[in-house]
Ligand binder design. Sequence first.
Ligand SMILES: Cc1ncc(COP(=O)(O)O)c(C=O)c1O
Length: 360
Amino acid sequence: MNWPDHGGQPNTIKQLFNLSNETELIDFSANLNPLGPPRWLGERLADLLQSTAKYPDPNYGEAHRAIAFHERLNERQVLITNGGAEAIYLVAKHVEGKRALIVQPTFSEYERACRHYHIETEDIFLDEDNNFSFPLEQILNQLNNVHALFLCRPNNPTGTAVQEDSLRVVLDVALRTETIVVVDEAFADFAADPETPLTGWIARYPNLILLRSLTKMYTIPGVRIGYIIAGETVISSLRTYQIPWSVNALAASLAPLLLNDVAFAARTRAWLKDELLSMGHELQKLGFYQSATHVNFYVLKDRLKTGSTDMLYKFLLNEGILARHTHTFKGLDGRYLRLAVRSSAENRRLIDGLYKWRQQ
Ligand SMILES: Cc1ncc(COP(=O)(O)O)c(C=O)c1O
């Protein structure tokens, strides 16, 4: 089967499974904020449309000031990017032709970006048998051999997050081995624990690079806003690799407004915490394994019928529920489904679907 690499592609899945275009599917395969964008966004976008008749400021001064203010950093420690994706590719360019370690299963773009820049990669795997725990010792043993370590925290697709203590050990050793540690925090703003983002660590670790995305929290995959946080020397190198005007005028103007809406992100986190709790109870009652997620998605498998994940995927599809397959996540190889947390009513539909699966 020619599984697509990313979630959020209902039409491709309909074609793959010979479903008509009219089939209604609830999309649990994309991990965007189910509350949708902030209410003011549509109106502001309309106002900002006129800004597209001019080139954006090539230095993105206003956006950089807003990001720095939001993160309590200085402007030379941040770089706005065309989504989190551009951030990943800029960092890969920074270690072009060298060697990198990737903590799998994770977002596939780290490996693709490495391949693009002729970076030789090695994989190291979260411990599936131990709730996807962080393979600290194995990583420490490898740091000497690599120029960069890529990890995602909280991790896509498991939603799990490496503990601060372990990460500190990694960063201390990485300082000695001169390894850059890239932590993709695209989902950190969903985590209920306010300590999750590592912004404050930048001052101590010149080898730490943080990647952020506004895509997920604000449901704006079509706008493309991300940013990088790192020490001033790293940021000034990354800036030289960036294509001129790679961030469009709408994205640059929206970034300060979105970051300013802290109440929206806080509301999302509060809602998510409750929703995750009730989903967790239901899934456990029905006998499903759910990864120990901190964010708006998790991986799931049937504890009682192992080896049945593809059947479960099709069963849910027939129930109008589109899950994210995990065939393209190294180390998961289709044995789990990744599911987004959606609205309460939609989550109920999922639980009903899983209940029916259990009854057959
Ligand atoms: C972990 C992770 N990082 C980065 C991205 C890319 O985000 P953006 O859409 O802002 O480029 C994604 C998108 O799925 C992701 O899952």
